[in-house]
Every structure is written in structure tokens, then in C-alpha cells.
Design a protein around this ligand. Structure first.
Ligand SMILES: Nc1nc2c(ncn2[C@@H]2O[C@H](COP(=O)(O)OP(=O)(O)OP(=O)(O)O)[C@@H](O)[C@H]2O)c(=O)[nH]1
Length: 616
């Protein structure tokens, strides 16, 4: 954890010093929409510094070179395959290619990218028009054979020492959905109040543009007071699907979430978090508990970095959630104002606490590159500039969502599924004719209707037995819930009063460790005075959210902003189920800190008892 991230919190809501000065602007890029070439230079630098996996980069500027350009050599693992050409394969080769495609799809959890016209060593030789057409036809037949569809993401001419133009093509292969097991990515939506978050989600998920006076967001509000004030105070979920052909599936053609789920191969679930400072608790809960894959920070082009923007950026960075930025409302501003906001963002992103490489997305090619680069390097920060009213550049964001791959591969997913079942209880509802229903995320294992689990801990550290009734994902029935997926589970007549948010439902064999006290290595991000023994803070650890007292700060009397220490915390209300290594975020007023659990003090040496639920 980089303690320099505290710089983002230190200045709080104060206006950014020196913003928009021409001197600093000239240090950064001179235009909002840069060419792919300039990104690529920056990206290659960034990617050298940090790579998330062994997948190759796709940042070669094919047009720029007079000789055959190179991609990095093909990686054996991962979901990216290079093929020089696929012209008239024999039956035997066709079968071999189909098996290979199945494997690449599995590696990418249902998605693979084929680079056609590229040798295994990465040399982008290119194909003639005719060879390319024949190769794409073969790829289409292969995809059909394995139950997938293809979409050409981009074609590029390679300047090679030949008269005949030669091209390479980048093709997305995506499995047709199978038994509701679509690829599911979660995106936390952050941003200052009125930056246009809910509106953007309304436009993306309902398929209808906004009128600038809040029409698009109306569908998203959950509570009466939100409709009246126009503010999002609760966490809401919105879905945007893509079918195997890469087309958007949303409420514009489908009537229900069930219909969307049925035809989508990939689902983006947006977690709409509140922008106003008074809902910060909810925002943090959304980031820590709902395990988002990415965070989308919405910034209004007209106001720039204002209000909670810096804090939200800091939180996402402290929690290591990869972030990309949407500058909204460009229809309201001159081009110069939009560029000023982009430059302001670039400056903040490049400062030492952030250390990011901003990447302004200006066309479809950029959006394709941004999606791939973003998944490979945590430093890359794509910036979109768009309008939910005129629809300008909305397409680029959709291209990005369509292509953006999951960060975990199929192996990591399989490993999590092999572990014992653990479901985080984030929401509790009473549904007429169904009874008690819990909402949350399956952290590990799998879960089926009829499974017997235990839920807890109670105030006395106990767990109650229960049986899982029906399971729903995105409001439609689901037979098997797999690790990483969010769902609602019916618990029929289980007594609701025995449940609270922050509990876990686990396999009875798990024997979870319950504790009142735990140690964490923390760094203080911001504190008005000092942080010492006796101080009380709200602690967020995954779905746990409780006040805790600082019982000891080891090796130090007190902590100041930016300092690190191991701290002993004690919960004040009830014991919690925690794990060593879990991320900790705590706050109290302006005080904020981040770290991870290093040691647990279990409530007793023997394991917590399981008790029968008298009402079930
Ligand atoms: N002209 C224009 N207006 C927009 C755009 N996006 C949003 N708006 C308007 O800006 C206002 C605020 O938008 P919201 O989507 O409610 O903002 P929010 O970020 O969700 O706000 P909170 O929920 O309070 O955090 C609404 O009146 C929208 O109609 C845009 O791209 N252009």
C-alpha cells in the first residue's frame, strides 16, 4: 500500500491548487484526443513497470513502421491467440483449431481474442484482402463449431515492404450463453454529487438519452426522497448486457432483467454509489463489500475535480480497485473547458500518490486498446469524454465495456470454486410469499438450492443452521451460484431477526474464526490531529462495518498522516468473522486509514457452536 495516496485525502475538498495554469498544462498533453501513437509510447512505458499477467500488449502502432511491426510473442496461457492465416484448413487441422479455440475461450472465461495475420513470434506480417476474408470465414466456422460468435474489433494496415496492402485483424470470439453462466463484471460507479452518474447509467441501461433535466435517472431511484431531491442515497444495481455478437442487450429491447440475462453472454453490473459526502459510508461499503472488478469515476466536464472526486479516487486507489474516468456533460461546455478538465485529471493522475498513466479515448481503436491495456496494467487509466444528452462518444464507452476482460482467469475462478462455501450477507429483505431473502456475494465455493449452511456470527459468536431455498441472479432464477457471483437467496421461514448485514453464510465444515479483537497493519491517510489509543473509528472489512476502539498502537504513542503502524482494534457491538490478509478501511469524520488484517484474537480456543434455529 502506497502511503502517498494520502495526498489525495489531505487536500480534501479544497479546490485543486494551480489547476488550469497554462504552465502546468503545457507539461501535459496538448490536446484532449491524442492519437494512438502517443498512447502507445506512454502505455509501453507503463506496461513495462507493471504487468498484471503474462498476456501480450497490443500497443504496436502498425502504421508508424516501415518494416514488419512486432507484437510481443504469443503467450501460451491466457485468452489471446495469434494466427498467421486460416485459409482452407484440412479437416484434421480444423478439428485441432476448434479444440484450441475452446481452450482459449476457457482461459478467458468465455471470451478470446484472435490476432489474424500475426505470427507466433509476434511479427505482424499481415494478409492480403482475399486471405483475410478466407481466414475470417474459417474463424467464423470454428466459432460456430464451439458455440461462439465472432466480432472484428479492428483491422489495421501494416506497412510492409510490398506493393500490395496487407492487413491484420483483431477479432473477439465470445461464447453463446449457456445455462445462465454469462461472464459477469462489476463496476462501482463513483463521482461527486450531480456529476451525472445515475443519468449515465440510465442512458446505458435503458437505451434512451437524457433530456438534461434528469429524465434518464428516474428509472434508477429506489426511495421517495431520492425522487424528490434527485440524489442517490442507497446502493442500486443496474445491468448492461452484451450478446455473443457484441451487441448491447438492455431494456430498450428487453422488458425484464430475465430477458436480458437470457440473451447476454456478458453482463456489466453497475453498482451506483452515492456522490454526496454524507453518504460516504455507503460508498465505502459498496467498494469494500461488493468486490467490484473496476471503478468508474464520473466527473462533470463543467465543474472538473470538485467535491468528493478526489476522495473517491483516493478510496478506489487505496482499495486497489482499477479505475477509469468518464468526463460527462461535454454538451454543456466548450471544447476548451473539456480539455481543461481532462488536463486537470491528467495532472492529478500523474502525481506521485497516484502514479497513473492517463489515456484519453478519442476513437473506436483507442477504446479497444484501452480495454485491453487497462486489463493488463493497473496503472493505465482510460478517460472518456461524453454526453448523456447528445449521446456524443457514448459508443466508445460501450465498445470499452464490450471488450474489457475479467481480471481473474478461469484457473483462479476454478480454485475459488473448489474452496468451502462462503456467502457474504449484504442485504436482508422480507418478500411476500417468499419469506426471508438475503442478498450478497458468494466469496468462495458454489451454492445450490437445498444446500445446508450456517449463518453468523450472532452477538454471542454462534452460527445458526439454515437451508437455501431458491436462488436468483439479476432477478432471474439460477440453479448453481459460483464463487464471485452476486445473488439473492431465499431462506423461506428463517427468522429475519436472527440476521444482520455483515454476517456470513458458510459451509458447516468451515469452523470460522470469530473475534472481538484483531491486529492490522495500517497507514493513516488523513487525520486532523493525531491518532492514538482510545480513538474510535468505523471499520470496513469486506462486508463488515462496525465501530471499533483502538486498543493499542504498537511501537508508537500516536500516528500522524502518512505514518504506518500495527494497531489493535476491538469491535464495540459484536464479534465478527474475519480473515488474515483482508483489506481494512477505517474512518471517523475526516480521519481515514487503510491497511490489512495481520492477526486475529479468536473469541475462544474452541470453535464457535452451531445452534438450531428454533423458528426454522
Ligand atoms: N446537459 C447534460 N446534463 C446532464 C448530463 N448528464 C447528467 N445531466 C444532468 O445532470 C443532473 C444530475 O445528474 P445525476 O445523474 O442525477 O447526477 P448523479 O451524479 O447521479 O448525482 P447523485 O446521485 O446525487 O450522486 C441531471 O439533471 C441530469 O439530467 C449530460 O451529459 N449533459
Amino acid at each position: 500500500m502506497d502511503e502517498r495516496v494520502s495526498d489525495l485525502f489531505g487536500s480534501g475538498n479544497a479546490p485543486e491548487s494551480g489547476s488550469f495554469s497554462s504552465a502546468s498544462a503545457s507539461n501535459s498533453s496538448n490536446s484532449t484526443h491524442r492519437t494512438s501513437k502517443s498512447y502507445n509510447v506512454a502505455l509501453r512505458k507503463a506496461s513495462k513497470k507493471s504487468k498484471r499477467n503474462s498476456k501480450p500488449l497490443f500497443s504496436v502502432n502498425f502504421k508508424a513502421s516501415n518494416n514488419a511491426p512486432y507484437l510481443p510473442p504469443e503467450a501460451e496461457e491466457g485468452n489471446i491467440e495469434y494466427k498467421l492465416k486460416l485459409v482452407n484448413p484440412t479437416q484434421y487441422r480444423f478439428e485441432h483449431l476448434a479444440t484450441q479455440m475452446k481452450w482459449r475461450l476457457q482461459e478467458g472465461r468465455g471470451e478470446a481474442v484472435y490476432q489474424i495475420g500475426v505470427e507466433d513470434n509476434g511479427m505482424a506480417v499481415g494478409l492480403s484482402e482475399e486471405e483475410m476474408r478466407a481466414s475470417l470465414r474459417t474463424l467464423h466456422r470454428l466459432a460456430e463449431k464451439v458455440g461462439a460468435d465472432i466480432t472484428v474489433l479492428r483491422e489495421q494496415e501494416v506497412e510492409y515492404d510490398t506493393e500490395v496492402p496487407r492487413k491484420i485483424a483483431e477479432v473477439l470470439v465470445r461464447k453463446v450463453p449457456d445455462d445462465q453462466q454469462f461472464l459477469d463484471l462489476r463496476v462501482a460507479v463513483l463521482g461527486n454529487v450531480d456529476s451525472g452518474k445515475s443519468t449515465l447509467l440510465g442512458v446505458l441501461t435503458q437505451g434512451e438519452l437524457d433530456n438534461g433535466r434528469g429524465r434518464a435517472r428516474l428509472n434508477l431511484f429506489r426511495h421517495l426522497h431520492e425522487i424528490q431531491t434527485g440524489r442517490t442515497s442507497s446502493i442500486s444495481f443496474e445491468i448492461l448486457g452484451f450478446n455473443s455478437k457484441g451487441e448491447v442487450v438492455n431494456y430498450s429491447e428487453s422488458r425484464t432483467a430475465e430477458e436480458i440475462c437470457e440473451s447476454a453472454s456478458k453482463m456489466i453490473t453497475f453498482i451506483d454509489l452515492a456522490g454526496h459526502h454524507k453518504y460516504l459510508k455507503t460508498t465505502i461499503f459498496g467498494l469494500t463489500s461488493y468486490c467490484p472488478d473496476f471503478a468508474m469515476l464520473v466527473v462533470s466536464a463543467s465543474t472538473g475535480i470538485a467535491g468528493t472526486t478526489r476522495e473517491h479516487l483516493g478510496l478506489a486507489m487505496a482499495l486497489k480497485v482499477p479505475i477509469f474516468i468518464v468526463v460527462s456533460k461535454v454538451d454543456l461546455c466548450t471544447r476548451a473547458t473539456v480539455e481543461r478538465t481532462v488536463r486537470q485529471l491528467e495532472r492529478v493522475l500523474k502525481q506521485p500518490g497516484c502514479n497513473k498513466v492517463p489515456m484519453v479515448v478519442g476513437n473506436t481503436d483507442d477504446a479497444v486498446i484501452a480495454a485491453q491495456q487497462f486489463a493488463q496494467s493497473p496503472n493505465i487509466t482510460p478517460i472518456f469524454t461524453l454526453s448523456s444528452v447528445s449521446g456524443e462518444s457514448l459508443d466508445l464507452l460501450k465498445v470499452f465495456f464490450n471488450i474489457i476482460p475479467p481480471l481473474s482467469n478461469s484457473k483462479a475462478q476454478e480454485e475459488l470454486m473448489q474452496q468451502l462455501t462462503e456467502f457474504q450477507v449484504d442485504e436482508i429483505y422480507t418478500v411476500p410469499e417468499v419469506g426471508t431473502v438475503v442478498g450478497g456475494t458468494l466469496y468462495s465455493g458454489i451454492c445450490r438450492e437445498g444446500d445446508r449452511l450456517v449463518v453468523g456470527p450472532t452477538d454471542s459468536g454462534q452460527f445458526h443452521e439454515l437451508t437455501i431455498g431458491s436462488i436468483q441472479r439479476n432477478r432471474s432464477a439460477c440453479r448453481v451460484l459460483k464463487a464471485g457471483q452476486a445473488a439473492t437467496l431465499a431462506l423461506s421461514d428463517f427468522d429475519r431477526s436472527l440476521l444482520r448485514k455483515g454476517m456470513v453464510m458458510v459451509s458447516p465444515e468451515m469452523e470460522p474464526t470469530i473475534c472481538w479483537k484483531f491486529e492490522a497493519e495500517i497507514v493513516l491517510l488523513f487525520h486532523a490531529k493525531t491518532f492514538h489509543k482510545g480513538f474510535q473509528v468505523t471499520v470496513h472489512i469486506r462486508n463488515v462495518r462496525q465501530t471499533a476502539t483502538v486498543e493499542a498502537v504498537y511501537g508508537k504513542e500516536e500516528l500522524r498522516t502518512g505514518e504506518k503502524a500495527v494497531v489493535l482494534f476491538k469491535f464495540i457491538k459484536h464479534p465478527e468473522y474475519l480473515k488474515v490478509g483482508a483489506k481494512v478501511l477505517f474512518r471517523e469524520g475526516v480521519t481515514k486509514g487503510i491497511g490489512h488484517v495481520t492477526k486475529l484474537q479468536p473469541i475462544s480456543d474452541h470453535h464457535p457452536s452451531h445452534s438450531e434455529n428454533e423458528d426454522s
